[in-house]
Design a binder for this molecule. Structure first.
Ligand code: ADP
Ligand code: MG
Length: 359
């Protein structure tokens, strides 16, 4: 049997670079060498592309960047080639059957690299350009969710060039429409980077300034008091949702620290919920995924609002964390799809989607 030639792309010029390296090491440890011939491209924080010959373990610590065997490389946009061009060492083209991007956030989950993959003509795992870009941008995600009638937090979008003309007017509008506490987020970020919860005018001014350091567009939301629930979606034309999990953040909200540094943050899988609530979350997740033209995978996050038991959509992550302890893989494991089978299915979905259209 011919092995499928897969290229795992990891790291990235993103604030979520480290998480991506750990996620990719997990994915690699579950890609069977009997089925796949594996190439690895690491992208450094400053954006260099390196063909990396070393171990998955060294990816987790950042040591991979210093591997003397690393060679500069690039996936070629020339679709007659379908491969990666390697410079230095033994230069030349390595052909590929499938790309598995394990990148989070900017330059990896936002449609930019997906555009290059599309040009290359090489099938790739996960969402395409549009779903990635819309899923990454919290203001556009909200427009799509609203268009299909999904409940979400009240919100406002501030663009810097407008805000700068009348900060007082914008802040007063936020206070009147949303009431404290107000969540302030860069429109395009991830892992809670640049997000704050403002409890008064002083907080709000600082929160807005911080969010504008990460993006020229920011989103302000009313606070939803309730439980944080997440589900995982898998598939192309007929996506399915796994079980629902609950996040119990160790801090006041699920900040960067609570996500990655605070061992007291826990995941409960499956979440203890009435069947009706869990079904509603799973069905809503699939609707949002489809409304975005999602493909392959996504993790979709919700709140269960305390005051009325309403399911409130928070966000979609088109390339969610993929470590052994990440929600996405654990939710499918609990639904009867172990990690190894999950990656096989993602590769199969990529190859199917990029094959000839059905008549
Ligand atoms: N409107 C909100 N009400 C209550 N908590 C929120 C709200 N928005 C965000 N949070 C908290 O902040 C965390 C990060 O926000 P989120 O929008 O998920 O950003 P990211 O894309 O960085 O994960 C959430 O997991 C949750 O704990
Ligand atoms: Mg989130």
């Amino acid at each position: 049997m011919m092995k499928t030639r897969i290229c795992v792309v990891f790291g990235g010029a993103s604030s979520e670079h480290e998480v991506s390296c750990v996620s990719a090491a997990s994915v690699l440890s579950h890609l069977s060498p009997d089925k796949y011939e594996i190439t690895k491209i690491g992208i450094t924080r400053d954006g260099r592309w390196l063909l990396y010959p070393g171990s998955a373990d060294a990816m987790k610590t950042g040591e991979w960047e210093k591997d003397p065997g690393n060679l500069p490389c690039s996936i070629l946009p020339d679709r007659t080639v379908k491969g990666v061009m390697v410079l230095g060492g033994d230069p030349g083209i390595r052909e590929l059957d499938c790309i598995f991007p394990v990148l989070h956030g900017k330059n990896g989950e936002d449609g930019t690299i997906q555009g290059l993959f599309d040009l290359s003509g090489i099938p790739y795992v996960g969402c395409g350009v549009l779903a990635s870009a819309v899923g990454m941008d919290k203001s556009f995600t909200k427009l799509v969710a609203r268009s299909i009638g999904v409940t979400q937090a009240e919100y406002l979008v501030f663009r810097h060039y407008e805000f700068a003309k009348d900060p007082e007017g914008f802040l007063a509008e936020a206070e009147a429409k949303l009431g404290y506490p107000i969540f302030v987020k860069p429109a395009n970020a991830g892992s809670s980077v640049g997000i704050s919860k403002a409890k008064n005018r002083g907080d709000l001014e600082a929160a807005v300034a911080l969010a504008f350091r990460h993006d020229r567009k920011i989103v302000l939301e009313e606070t939803i008091v309730g439980r944080e629930l997440e589900t995982a979606v898998l598939g192309n034309e007929e996506p399915v949702a796994a079980v629902v999990g609950e996040v119990l953040p160790a801090e006041e909200f699920y900040s960067y620290d609570a996500k990655y540094n605070n061992a007291a943050s826990t995941l409960v899988i499956p979440a203890e919920l009435p069947a009706g609530v869990s079904d509603k979350i799973r069905a809503t997740a699939v609707r949002i995924f489809q409304a975005l033209d999602g493909r392959g995978l996504s993790r979709v996050d919700f709140f269960l609002r305390e005051k009325d038991g309403e399911v409130v959509f928070n966000e979609i992550n088109t390339l969610p964390g993929f470590t052994d302890i990440s929600m996405y893989s654990k939710l499918f494991d609990a639904a009867g799809v172990p990690y190894g089978e999950l990656v096989d299915r993602l590769v199969a979905l990529a190859l199917k989607e990029h094959g000839p259209a059905k008549a």
